[in-house]
Design a protein around this ligand. Structure first.
Ligand code: BGC
Length: 747
């Protein structure tokens, strides 16, 4: 019966369309709109509201859920659990509900599905959007094979605060780079054709400003001036919309006093009106009813009203829409037009995804999970994500005659931990640990193992004696340190960012042996390394590298691959230095070389007034864009094509990069600009381009960038996009702090 009504409506639409010339002119999107309209006229208010509800599937799925589906009171589920449950519900939706509208099933497929890739912050450090796109494609293929239609990713919140546990999920502190990754991930998840069974809809989250949580406490207040919102926090979302991202998640945070899930300014004015977003907006989990707690709404009814007015189309988990929208319409407080718009936005995405034509998910003929190709890509991305922070005396890679290696530390063999936060489908038994990878090598080296500590938070020194023994009979120590997966991610902010447990003591103990000591750090955020940096001869920052952590790290330490990762978030020297980020403003009293901090407790007599701390170097521990290689790169011959350009010109920026060392390796050349004076003060550096390429020893390459006026534009405090004439500096180099520079004038 249900299918018949819809089919009849669609047939009538087609009859009408084929009778007119319009049909010819109609492209696919117009056809979809016509289909949506033909369904909308058939829908009761209750059915419309049903489309706006997303529910969670609990383990013991109750009959009540099936009844809700039957009655057309649910539009979506998150976390279907498995293909059978998903299809069972879908069959009820298409076969037993009055209109047979398919459900859409979402899940957090954040950095892989069964094949787990590095955490997004690690992926970003690869500076390789093409690899990141491929990883998202694999994640989509794996997830869709188990009935997932939609992922709540990418997370593209800019954050400057590593205390915030969710820095792990994003791409770091730069808006331009995050925008590039947003686009890459949308293309990966959604593929070339949304209708393809392996495509899943993406969801840009969390809109907006969530990453600026005060003090790095998750869910905390954010106060962001409009210019900063538009220049720093919104560009990745704009890029995602431009790339065809189908959904957006409204965030938990209070943004300038208006919670993000009731924020008409960001959701309606910017997202819909300025960017013409035509997909749908889903609230974050309970974010609508949390507006009561925020003190923005008195009850669920007001929360529902404010959210729908602001432009939230679908409600995740909480049921304020289900419980209140009909009442609000009936008492005249809410115009049904707003509900219709929300339904249309949701149906549009369901159509685009092909859910009406192919509602039942099928297992692909060929296995797509954890294939050799998937694992190979995971290994490559993990390799390119690792950042070499220090390498004294070229202790790495390990060279002959070193053939007795101690593998120590709580993260050397922690298959679950290396997967990182937000990897619900990753399985420890499928992840390859560093210890396992070394032991699987059939080389002539001896690998001796002692964990030293049971976990990263272990405070007991019981395992130290064994660790010391193993270290004593080795020629070099690989010490696997860091944070367990659970210490980062949502709701896992930390006030102290040192290595937890007794790890620092373990470093002290092993450093006392005098053997070369290599720290491999697996973590979900930048940790504070000031107290341990000089005790380690080399530091490889591996983030949480995922399923293939072991083989990737072994390749790097043994020199089968060369590190090429570079940081996309600045590393602070101490918690008290946070926020520290490269694209800060200059201030009227910028610090200089002399402001490198004094010994704590020294008499207070600063060398000149400046924005700095008496007791700390003003610079970050490691700057944005930083990362070493086993080889060396020399930069020379920075040339600009002109001293002065006009608004329509393109400036050509050229530099020569030479591999002056002994290893074939990848380098990422970065281009930054600075607008020296403007009607709104501008950052001291802004990334505007980068190129990653390989060079053999001795080989040189001319790297060319092009800048136009659009690259120099910024939003002023009124929200206007401006390009102002004046003097600019261009910086090109290895990191935000290691550059050659030149200047030009824009007229
Ligand atoms: C998180 C979202 C996530 C959602 C669904 C929320 O708690 O903030 O990022 O997508 O849960 O799991």
């Amino acid at each position: 019966m249900t299918q018949k009504i819809i089919s009849l409506a669609i047939i009538l639409t087609f009859v009408f369309l084929s009778c007119s010339d319009l049909r010819k002119k109609m492209d696919e999107s117009q056809l979809i709109e016509a289909k949506i309209d033909s369904i909308l006229v058939l829908m009761t208010l209750e059915e419309k509201i049903g489309q706006l509800q997303q529910l969670q599937i609990k383990k013991n799925m109750h009959d009540s859920v099936c009844d809700l589906v039957r009655q057309g009171k649910v539009g979506s589920f998150l976390n279907p659990g498995n293909l059978e449950t998903r299809n069972r519900l879908q069959k009820i939706a298409i076969g037993e509900s009055r209109l047979g509208i398919p459900l859409i099933f979402g899940r957090d497929v954040i950095h892989g599905y069964r094949t787990v890739f590095p955490i997004p912050l690690g992926q970003a450090a690869s500076w390789n959007p093409e690899l990141v796109r491929k990883a998202a494609r694999i994640a989509a293929m794996e997830a869709s094979s188990e009935g997932i239609d939609w992922t709540f990713a990418p997370m593209i919140d800019i954050s400057r605060d590593p205390r915030w546990g969710r820095v792990a999920e994003g791409c770091g502190e730069d808006p331009y780079l995050t925008g590039i990754y947003a686009k890459a991930m949308v293309h990966g998840f959604q593929g070339n054709d949304l209708k393809d069974p392996s495509a899943i809809a993406s969801c840009g989250k969390h809109f907006a400003g969530y990453g600026d949580a005060e003090g790095g406490k998750d869910y905390n207040t954010t106060l962001i001036p409009e210019s900063e919102l538009r220049n720093i926090y919104l560009p990745p979302f704009k890029a995602l919309v431009g790339a065809g991202g189908q959904t957006i998640m409204s965030a938990f945070n209070d943004l300038n006093g208006i919670p993000a899930s009731g924020n008409e300014f960001t959701l309606r004015r910017i997202l819909r009106n300025e960017w013409n977003f035509d997909g749908f907006v889903i609230s974050d989990w309970d974010a609508i009813i949390e507006m009561i707690m925020h003190g923005f709404c008195k009850d669920g009814s007001e929360a529902a009203l404010k959210a729908i007015k602001a432009g939230v189309d679908m409600e995740m988990v909480s049921t304020s829409y289900m419980n209140n929208l009909a009442g609000l319409v009936n008492n005249g407080e809410l115009n049904t037009g707003l509900i219709d718009d929300a339904v249309k936005n949701i149906l549009r995405v369901k159509y685009r995804l092909g859910l009406f034509d192919r509602p039942i998910a099928e297992v692909p003929c060929e296995n797509v999970i954890l294939t050799a190709d998937n694992l190979e890509l995971a290994r490559r991305l993990a390799t390119e994500s690792c950042v070499l922070l220090k390498n004294s005396n070229q202790v790495l890679p390990v060279k002959e005659p070193v053939n007795r290696i101690a593998i120590i530390g709580p993260l050397a063999d922690a298959p679950r931990e290396q997967l990182g936060a937000w990897s619900p489908d990753g399985r420890p038994e499928e992840s390859q640990t560093p210890l396992a990878a070394f032991q699987a090598l059939k080389d002539n080296r001896k690998y001796l193992y002692a964990p030293g500590l049971q976990s990263s938070r272990d405070k007991s020194t019981r395992g130290f004696a064994e660790a010391l023994k193993v270290a004593g009979s080795s020629q070099i120590i690989f010490l696997f340190l860091g944070e367990e997966a659970i210490l980062s991610g949502e709701n896992h902010s930390r006030a102290f960012l040192n290595l937890p447990g007794a790890q620092e003591q373990l470093i002290d103990l092993l450093a006392s042996t005098g053997k070369p000591l290599v720290g491999i750090i697996l973590a979900g955020r930048p940790l504070i390394l000031s107290d341990i940096e000089d005790k380690l001869d080399a530091i490889l920052y591996a983030w949480h590298p995922g399923t293939m952590a072991g083989p990737a790290i072994a390749d790097l330490l043994l020199g089968k691959s060369v590190p090429s990762g570079k940081l996309t978030i600045s590393f602070p020297r101490a918690e008290g230095q946070i926020p520290v980020y490269y694209n800060h403003r200059n201030t009227g009293r910028p610090p200089s070389e002399v402001h490198q901090g004094m010994i704590p407790g020294d008499p207070v007599n600063p060398v000149g007034h400046a924005a700095f701390y008496l007791d700390l170097d003003y610079r970050p521990m490691y700057p944005f864009g930083y990362g070493l290689s086993y080889t060396t790169f020399e930069y020379s011959g920075l040339k600009l094509s002109a001293d002065t350009i006009s608004m329509d010109d393109t400036l050509r920026v050229e530099i020569t990069v030479k591999n002056s060392g002994l290893y074939e390796a990848f380098e990422t050349t970065q281009l930054y600009i600075r607008d020296l004076y403007a009607s709104l003060t501008r950052p001291v550096r802004e990334l505007k381009g980068f190129q990653k390429f390989g060079l053999e020893p001795g080989e040189s390459r001319k790297v060319v960038f092009r800048l136009t006026a659009a690259d120099l534009a910024f939003y002023n405090y009124k929200g206007e996009l401006l390009v102002e004439s004046g003097d600019f500096r261009v910086f090109v180099g290895k990191s935000s702090a290691d550059v050659l520079e030149a200047g030009f004038y824009l007229k």
